[in-house]
Design a protein around this ligand. Structure first.
Ligand code: PGA
Length: 251
């Protein structure tokens, strides 16, 4: 059974008071818009995890991390590990976001290490893959996206995807207001699923593949209508409770 996931990626946004206000609005709104088959996940900056854990206790809203180091502890200044994140009820981890790949020079190999380390701590990795504008224009969308996926599969094995989520995020659509059309997104999602099906039919059928890149209240429904889109990874619109609840309701 695929779960519909709507994941908030707050990125480096928020301050204490705003976090409480946003979470209160989500808690109040989710009762009326929640459906049994969909799950909401909030990924705040790590610094707010204690606050978010307290404020989301017993709400059914899950918590995720935007990043972590593959080691549980050690001399890694500025980093946090998955064992620590577990103590803050993190059950999901965004892994390999394009901003981490591009700004922080994360390689496929390092991303695969994080993916594996998350699972050791029972944290579900949300593996992000996606092409640049130039790659799309050169007809390299599928080879790029499937190459990023294969790089992780080569390290962790296909079985590891029985307990993972994939997020297809075209880089040209992130934070730009440009969204892939539902058909463009569906085409890539279907390619990802059939690639996985060649390795393991069961995993391919059951894995949730999210779309990310300027998902808003006004385009979510059309995206979710596509047969291979099982939810969204939402950046900008996740900072607005009303927008985010509308996206969640559409899932
Ligand atoms: P966006 O970000 O919704 O602001 O485009 C999505 C993401 O980076 O995950």
């Amino acid at each position: 059974m695929r779960t519909n996931l709507v994941v908030a990626n707050w990125k480096m946004h928020g301050h204490k008071k705003e976090v409480t206000q946003l979470l209160n609005a989500l808690k109040n709104g989710i009762n009326t818009s929640a459906t049994k088959d969909s799950k909401m996940v909030i990924c705040p900056p790590s610094l707010f995890l204690g606050q978010v854990q307290k404020e989301l206790a017993e709400t059914g809203i899950a918590i995720g991390t935007q990043n972590a180091h593959p080691q549980n502890e050690g001399a890694f200044t500025g980093e946090v590990g998955f064992a620590m994140l577990r103590e803050f009820s993190c059950s999901y981890a965004i892994i390999g976001h394009s901003e981490r790949r591009e700004i922080f020079a994360e390689t496929d190999k390092f991303i695969a290490e994080k993916f594996a380390a998350a699972q050791v701590q029972s944290v579900i990795p949300i593996l992000c893959i996606g092409e640049t504008q130039a790659q799309r224009e050169s007809g390299l969308t599928e080879s790029t996206v499937l190459g990023q996926l294969q790089a992780v599969i080569s390290e962790v094995g296909i079985e590891a995807f029985a307990n993972a989520v994939i997020a297809y995020e075209p880089i040209w659509a992130i934070g730009t207001g440009l969204t892939a059309s539902p058909e463009q997104a569906q085409e890539v999602h279907a390619a990802i699923r059939s690639f996985l099906a060649k390795l393991d039919q069961n995993i391919a059928e059951n894995i949730s593949i999210l779309y990310g890149g300027s998902v808003k209240a006004n385009n979510a429904e059309a995206l979710f209508y596509q047969s291979d889109i099982d939810g969204a990874l939402v950046g900008g619109a996740s900072l607005d409770a009303e927008e985010f609840l509308t996206i969640y309701a559409a899932a």
